[in-house]
Design a protein around this ligand. Structure first.
Ligand code: OGA
Ligand code: MN
Length: 212
């Protein structure tokens, strides 16, 4: 399939993202990408055979039964050789550079996976990274559910520390994106009642390189 022109990149959007992350540690964005780009992603991703996706893992967890009690999505890592995803990778790269500039950080890499939740699937409360134990610094999730409506489930609930009530509920609507500090927010995915698709990525830092 032909690829599309680069996603429009404006410094305003990157400033908005960086300011919100500096301020609150996260940001929710709607309609960030053109519909044509989202359709292009979904059309290509939906041709992938979800039956061949790997059950997701958790850290170094090897016990699949334990993993399945916590999460039941299936995933497929994307790589830069997948042409259809290159506008998305390019945009993610520009965001990486913008974040590095804004925070004087050294985010060095971005990894992203396509996640599929079949009806009934969920991901219980967890954090993506534990301080000092992971090099994941920033999580980004782009939702790709064209017809999501209330009652379909699969919302992302975000928590502060050990609070039991979420402070933010993100509906996994087509084109909604959430970006947050990976170590800061416990979160969970409510049981989905429909097929649920997303691109989830992590910006990583190389802990091996002293920053001073
Ligand atoms: C994850 C995750 C949330 C979502 O993959 O680690 O928490 O809304 N995903 O898909
Ligand atoms: Mn997570």
């Amino acid at each position: 399939m032909n690829s599309l022109p680069p996603i429009g990149i404006t410094q305003d959007i990157f400033d908005h993202i960086c300011e919100n992350i500096a301020d609150k540690g996260y940001v929710v964005l709607h309609n960030l990408f053109p519909i044509a780009e989202l359709n292009h992603l979904v059309d290509n991703l939906s041709q992938m055979d979800t039956a061949e996706f790997k059950p997701a893992a958790i850290g170094r967890q090897k016990d699949q039964q334990v993993v399945e009690a916590i999460r039941s999505d299936r995933i497929c890592w994307l790589d830069r050789t997948m042409d259809f995803a290159s506008p998305y990778f390019d945009w993610s790269e520009q965001l990486r550079l913008a974040i590095n500039r804004y925070f004087f950080l050294g985010l060095f890499d971005y990894e992203t996976m396509f996640a599929y939740y079949e009806p009934g699937a969920f991901y219980k409360r967890h954090v993506d990274a534990f301080k000092g134990q992971s090099n994941r610094k920033l999580t980004s999730i782009l939702y790709l559910n064209r017809e999501w409506q209330q009652g379909d489930g699969g919302e992302l609930l975000m928590y502060r520390h050990d609070e039991s009530a979420p402070f933010e509920i993100v509906e996994p609507r087509f084109g909604t994106m959430v970006i947050f500090l990976s170590e800061l927010f416990p979160h969970e995915v409510c049981q989905s009642h429909k097929d649920r698709y997303s691109l989830t990525g992590w910006y990583r830092i190389n802990e091996g390189i002293p920053l001073d």
